[in-house]
Structures are given as C-alpha cells and as structure tokens.
Design a protein around this ligand. Structure first.
Ligand SMILES: Cc1cc2nc3c(=O)[nH]c(=O)nc-3n(C[C@H](O)[C@H](O)[C@H](O)COP(=O)(O)OP(=O)(O)OC[C@H]3O[C@@H](n4cnc5c(N)ncnc54)[C@H](O)[C@@H]3O)c2cc1C
Length: 491
C-alpha cells in the first residue's frame, strides 16, 4: 500500500457512496461490507489503524460465555457464527483455543458444564469442539501450576483467538485492494451539505498538515468511544451517550501457565471472569472493567488493577507472577452505549451493537465487539441502503478472504523474546502504511504488547531501519525515540 496513491485516489474520486469515520474494528467492518457490495467507500482514521480500543482486546473470538450468563442468547449466537467466519477467512491470524475452567465446588462444575453445553448447542454448525468435564488428574496434567487443594475437576471448552491489529491491517489491505480507500493519520473535521444533499467532508492529513474536502453521499460514524463527540462537533443531536469503561491486561511469561490451554477464572473477587491466555509466546491476563471519564488512547493500568489481577491469579495458581515479572501491560476503553445516562455498572451494559441515525445520511455504529465486526458492518450498510432508499445490493463480506503475511512463519527472530524476523519489519515499513515507530512496534508487530524491555532493546535499530527506508533525518529519529519512550512508560 502506498500513502500518496491512496490519497490521490481519494481526492480524484468524484463522489463516494459511504464515508467512514474511524479505522478500528467497527469502521473496517463497514468498509469491508461496503466494498463487498461494490459501493465506493472512503475510510479515514485520525491516528493509526487500530490505535483505539481495537488494539487493546483480550484477543478472543468468542460468543462470550459471560453474555450467556446474562441471557443474551442472540448476541452469543451471532458472535459464534462470526467467530467461525474469521477463523476461516483469516486463518493466518486466528486459531482455535482450548479453555479450561478449574472448579473447586462440584455443583459449580456442573453449572458451568450445562452453560458450556448450551454454548456448544448455540454454535450449531460453527462449533469448534465439544465442551467436556475433566477429572482432577487431567486438569493437573494440563495445568500443572493450578492449585490442587480442594480441586474437584475442570471444564474444557473451545473458543477462537486472534491478533487484533494484524487483522486490522490485513483488512485495510483487503479493502484497498478491492477498490476501497482506507487512510490513516487523517481526521474527519466536519461537513457541510451542498444543495444536492451531498456531504462536503473536511479532512486533515496529519502527516503533511494539509486540509482538503471530499464528497460523499452518506457518512458512518464508527469513532468508538469518541462517537458522541463527533456528533456534537457536527452540531447534530446525539440520541445516545457513550459510557467508557476501562479494561486492562497484564502480559507475563508462561511460567504460571506453561500449557497450550488457556484458563478462565469464572468468578473473581468482583464477580467477573478473568482469562489467562497464551499468545505469541507469553500469557495475557485480563481484564478489569472500570467506568472512567477521560477518553484516552492509552489509559494507565493502575496499581489497583495490577494487584486485582495478580491476587486473583494467586487464588488459582501456585507460582503466580509478581509485579516485577510483568513483561507489558495495556489498557483500552470499551465503547459501551449507555441505556440510562449515569449508569456506572459497565459490566451490565449490553455489548450488542446499535445503529443510530443522527440526520439524513448520517449514521452512527456503536458498541459491539471485535468478533462481530463484520456483522456490525453488514448491519450498518444494510440500514443505510434502506434508509437512503438505494436499490438493494447483496453483501459478500462473509466470503472475503483476508490475506497477509504470517508474522511468525520464519525463524531468525530479531530478539529471543520477540517472534518477528527483520524481513517482517522491512516488509511492513514498505507496504503497510507505517508512519511512526509506534505503528511498527505496537501494531504492525506486537512487540510492545509482548515484551516492553525487549522492545526497548531493538528500538534504536528499528528507528535506523525505518529512517533509512523512509529517508528520514536525525531530528525525526530523535523525535520518534522520544515519543516512543513516552508511550512505553504506560506499558
Ligand atoms: C479491554 C477490552 C478487551 C476486549 N476484548 C475483546 C475480545 O477479546 N474479543 C472481542 O471480540 N472484543 C473485545 N473487546 C471489544 C473490542 O475490542 C471493541 O468492541 C472494538 O475494538 C471497538 O472498535 P471500534 O472501531 O468501535 O473503536 P476503536 O478501536 O476505538 O476505533 C475508533 C477509531 O475512531 C478514530 N477516530 C476518532 N475520532 C476520529 C476522527 N475525528 N476522524 C477519524 N477517526 C477518528 C479513533 O482514532 C479510533 O481509532 C474488548 C474491548 C476492551 C476494552
């Protein structure tokens, strides 16, 4: 992908059918569905693709066992179907993952088994494997570090797992290759409607500071937690409000959980579930759920959250990690659509997506989750087509193969703790709309999420490689290093 060519195409196009605000999972779902219906689509992302919540997921492709407990059967069924679509359309970035729930009370064990059997039934033809009861010995064989005292057994079930921002960038390549135009570092500033009812959309290119205007017949606002600000900025009435809820994760070595299986801790001290999931050679522990006011891109993981996650691990594992064993940590904001303003129990708010019309031709796609990004896009485009009175067009987004390089396919890793070789970095800098060292180390590769210290060890080398390929000078290099070190403080 080439930035100048994409921008040239955006500027020279006569008029787009759909303009999408936001290059996270939701916006990419809209753009994917729109190109699959042969609509002309332009997507602008203010920062880098996936910089928002989209890069901060637990990396699960799931129906949501938790949503089942809340009785949200429709949401679970929809997500289970989408889980299968991602696994088959992006096999290089996703896999089937076994989860084990250890239980210490026999009745609880049967309760989870019944719930997960229902999960199997709801997945229907998309099932990834049968849930089953495991004897205590089998649990200890599979999870040698789990606490054995009082352990009665475990439940094994299957879900999916993926790499969120690699999927993001491969979606961008796919959409652009199919005729769409997705561009990063370009913000939506506002619009006027001309006398033909067409939107004149004002954009700012943050790489060269240029402002320009493009035309579109409709707009879909997929700005995640920022969606309500966009609506207000446009002078439209927001018929919704977003309650941001912070979810944090810790990344630790595989010492506590050396198995290929993930663990679901079914009830933490605050009544939530907590996952410990193997990913790229490390384990991710998460997540918390805390209502917040500030909409930051990289919220702090507080000491309380760290202690909460570590102490819940201590309840279930021998040899749990301590604070000094944390390799990285990250936090993201759930874009939950509030049903009642001021309701602050975010774990009770529905994860189902909503499509809200703010004005003729202006739609907001809100809430949802990564697993259902394609269906969210499908629903938004379907809604838009009907509302605009356009002739119906079939969607083929469920058939689109999302292809791209497989990050871990070769050896010669750049660092013993980072599963990428140098060619992968070079390929990415040249082809994947990389503008900063952060794009390269946090989202094209997942170095910063996997191991912060190792990432800092390769930082200078990678800045040099990038500067050479992109012909950048010493000032650029110093500035990139400064910005990255500042960001890395949060991880
Ligand atoms: C802690 C946590 C764990 C999660 N784990 C999972 C999981 O395991 N599985 C799962 O399925 N889901 C998971 N989710 C949910 C999932 O990650 C989110 O639903 C999804 O990423 C939201 O994507 P989005 O595109 O709506 O928002 P975002 O990713 O935030 O994207 C919105 C984008 O809009 C851009 N934007 C804002 N203003 C403008 C503007 N003026 N112009 C242009 N662009 C603009 C922003 O820069 C941003 O990139 C998790 C969420 C959290 C918080």
């Amino acid at each position: 992908m080439n930035r100048s060519k994409i921008i040239e195409k955006i500027k020279s196009a006569e008029i787009a059918d759909v303009f999408v605000i936001g290059g996270g999972a939701s916006g990419l779902g809209v753009a994917l569905d729109a190109v699959s219906r042969s609509l002309k689509v332009v997507l602008a992302e203010k920062h880098d693709f996936g910089k928002g919540t989209t890069s901060k997921a637990t990396k699960l492709l799931h129906g949501g066992v938790r949503y089942l407990a809340q009785g949200d059967i429709g949401l679970v069924m929809e997500a289970l179907k989408e889980r299968r679509i991602i696994l088959s359309n992006a096999p290089h970035l996703s896999n089937i993952q076994e989860f084990i729930i250890p239980f210490y009370n026999i009745w609880q064990g049967y309760f989870y088994l019944i719930g997960l059997k229902l999960y199997d039934i709801l997945s229907f033809k998309s099932s990834l494997g049968s849930s089953r009861l495991l004897k205590k010995d089998t649990v200890l064989k599979k999870l040698p570090n789990v606490k054995s005292e009082g352990l009665k057994g475990g439940i094994s079930y299957y879900d999916g797992q993926f790499d969120d921002t690699r999927l993001c960038i491969d979606l961008v390549s796919t959409i652009n290759a199919k005729g769409g135009s997705c561009i990063n570092y370009t913000s939506f500033e506002g619009f006027n409607k001309n006398d033909k009812g067409v939107f004149e959309i004002q954009l700012t290119d943050h790489i060269n500071g240029e402002n320009y205007t493009i035309l579109s017949r409709s707009i879909v606002n997929a700005a995640g937690v920022h969606a309500d600000e966009i609506v207000k900025k446009c002078g439209l009435e927001a018929h919704f409000s977003i309650l941001p809820a912070k979810g944090s994760h810790l990344v630790v070595s595989k010492q506590m959980l050396s198995s290929d299986a993930a663990v679901m801790i079914p009830k933490t001290s605050d009544g939530r579930v907590l996952f410990v999931v193997p990913w790229h050679g490390v384990n991710i522990i998460g997540t918390t759920d805390i209502a917040v006011q500030n909409k930051e891109y990289d919220p702090d993981v507080s000491d309380e959250e760290v202690e909460f996650m570590l102490s819940n691990c201590r309840n279930y594992f021998n040899d749990p990690p301590e604070k000094e064993n944390i390799l990285s940590k990250y936090s993201g904001l759930r874009p939950l659509v509030t049903e009642h303003k001021g309701k602050d129990k975010s774990k009770d708010v529905s994860r189902k997506h909503k499509i809200v019309k703010s004005a003729a031709g202006f739609y907001n796609l809100l809430g949802g989750k990564w697993t259902t990004f394609r269906k969210m896009g499908y629903d938004a485009v379907d809604f838009l087509i009907k509302d605009m009175g356009w002739p119906s067009r079939s969607s083929f987004s469920h058939t689109f193969k999302i292809s791209g390089p497989s990050p871990e396919s070769s050896e010669d890793f750049i660092h013993p703790d980072l599963p990428y070789n140098k060619n992968f970095f070079i390929h990415s800098i040249k082809n994947e709309l990389v503008e900063s060292i952060e794009d390269l180390l946090a989202r094209r590769t997942r170095c910063l999420f996997i191991n912060k210290k190792a990432t800092l060890n390769i930082l200078d080398e990678m800045i040099d490689v990038m500067a050479e390929i992109k012909s950048k000078d010493q000032t650029w290099k110093l500035n990139q290093k400064h910005l990255f070190l500042h960001l890395a403080n949060k991880y």
